[in-house]
Design a protein around this ligand. Structure first.
Ligand code: ADP
Ligand code: MG
Length: 382
């Protein structure tokens, strides 16, 4: 595992307490007032000031000077630190290696547990690029609009983990879920590559059939994936069998959009096989004709309490992801509201997380965070 010694830093227990206090305060405050942080952390305000300065220097919190008051907000780096700290304490992640993916909405790392077994860590980053969606969420996120990226990312990770577990328990080809905290999910590392990187398939017809069977089996369990594409389907090295990933947008077959999304998933595979493998399908499933639900996993997950999201939170996440998708689909189009929203974007950008433009800085930041955790653990172990 790659570790860069010059970035190593160990958080004292006081620093950790203050960082936690900023997180707690941000549940109700867009910018957490410094006196409140001191109060939550049970420190004198001078002491809190000093510690906050330290944390800010390491990009775990950011100082915000607002018209009304001065305060701090948690950064992605700080939120990452807290999640990784929890994983480290639980023993589910011991060290962090290379980043293997940078999605628009996530970062993917190879990690290792206490026994040295390699896994995958998915850090959700909802709202990293989607400023318009964040803006429109302001209405119903009134009480916690500040934390909307944090909040939405946490909802996404919570839902992803719950569904990965349910699917795994029902024998679906998905990664083995390992742990979840805040906006992070740890899962097994799939020995394979995304379909988009598979230039040649030994038996194209077989893989096509496997994928359609998978869609139908999901639907028989009451679920529509909704993003069933060549990036979310990994093909196993050993036998070229598919493994499905990426679940935050999954919906129930009872959902009003179920048919549309199911047909879209089917179409996605059909089109891809035609374009990439010159495979002209003669059969494909249709929602109305072929979907027969025998198990309702969506309801089961909710009923079991495995997905710790309230109905309202599920709706919030769904709404966010739908708007995000509409925005992605319409990329390049200019709507009437555009100039105003672009201005808003700029304004938001100023106080928001790094955009993809400085993602290398972000990557470095995460590297630094993870190394701190490592050191933190090493220090604990003596
Ligand atoms: P996003 O929500 O950003 O699309 P994904 O969950 O689809 O994130 O993961 C992004 C990429 O990371 C995948 O296309 C795949 O290449 C890689 N990846 C994700 N999870 C795993 C895993 N468990 N094993 C191997 N590779 C993975
Ligand atoms: Mg994906």
């Amino acid at each position: 595992m790659k570790l860069d010694a010059k970035l190593l830093r160990y958080l004292s227990s006081e620093e950790f307490r203050v960082l936690t206090a900023v997180e707690m305060g941000s549940k109700n405050h867009e910018v957490v007032p410094t006196p409140l942080i001191a109060q939550i952390a049970k420190l004198k305000s001078g002491g809190a000031h000093k510690v906050l300065g330290e944390l800010a220097k390491h990009n775990l919190v950011a100082r915000v000077q607002n018209a009304k008051y001065d305060g701090y907000r948690l950064t992605y780096g700080g939120y990452d630190y807290l999640a990784l700290h929890t994983f480290a304490v639980r023993g589910s992640i011991h060290s962090v290696g290379n980043q293997i993916g940078v999605g628009k909405e996530s970062d993917i790392y190879i990690v290792a547990d206490d026994d040295g077994v390699q896994h995958v860590l998915k850090i959700h980053r909802l709202g990293r690029t989607s400023f318009r969606a964040v803006k429109s969420k302001r209405d119903y996120l009134e009480s916690r609009k500040s934390a909307s990226w944090m909040y939405m990312s946490r909802l996404a990770a919570t839902k992803e983990y719950a569904f990965m577990r349910a699917l795994h328990e029902h024998g679906f080809p998905v990664p083995t879920p390992i742990d979840q905290n805040r906006h992070c999910v740890a899962m097994s590392l799939v020995d394979g590559v995304p379909l988009t990187h598979v230039a040649e398939v030994a038996d194209v017809g077989q893989l096509y059939a496997d994928l359609m069977a998978l869609l139908l089996r999901l639907a028989a369990h009451g679920l529509v994936h909704g993003d069933f594409n060549e990036f979310n389907l990994l093909v196993r090295e050993v036998d070229q069998k598919p493994v499905l990933i990426d679940f935050p947008q999954m919906i129930s077959t009872n959902h009003p959009n179920a048919k549309e999304q199911f047909d879209r998933d089917v179409e996605c595979v059909k089109t891809y096989f035609r374009r990439r493998y010159n495979f002209d399908a003669t059969w494909w499933p249709e929602f109305d004709r072929d979907v027969a639900r025998t198990v309702d996993l969506d309801a089961a997950v909710s009923a079991s309490g495995a997905c710790k999201l309230t109905k309202r939170q599920q709706r919030e996440l769904e709404q966010f992801l739908l708007e995000k998708r509409a925005e992605d689909d319409g990329e390049g189009e200019v709507d009437e509201d555009e100039s105003e929203s672009e201005a808003e974007s700029e304004e938001l950008r100023g106080e928001s997380e790094p955009t993809s433009a400085d993602s290398s800085a972000e990557v470095e930041q995460i590297g630094a965070t993870l190394q701190r955790i490592h050191l933190d653990q090493a220090a604990r172990l003596g």
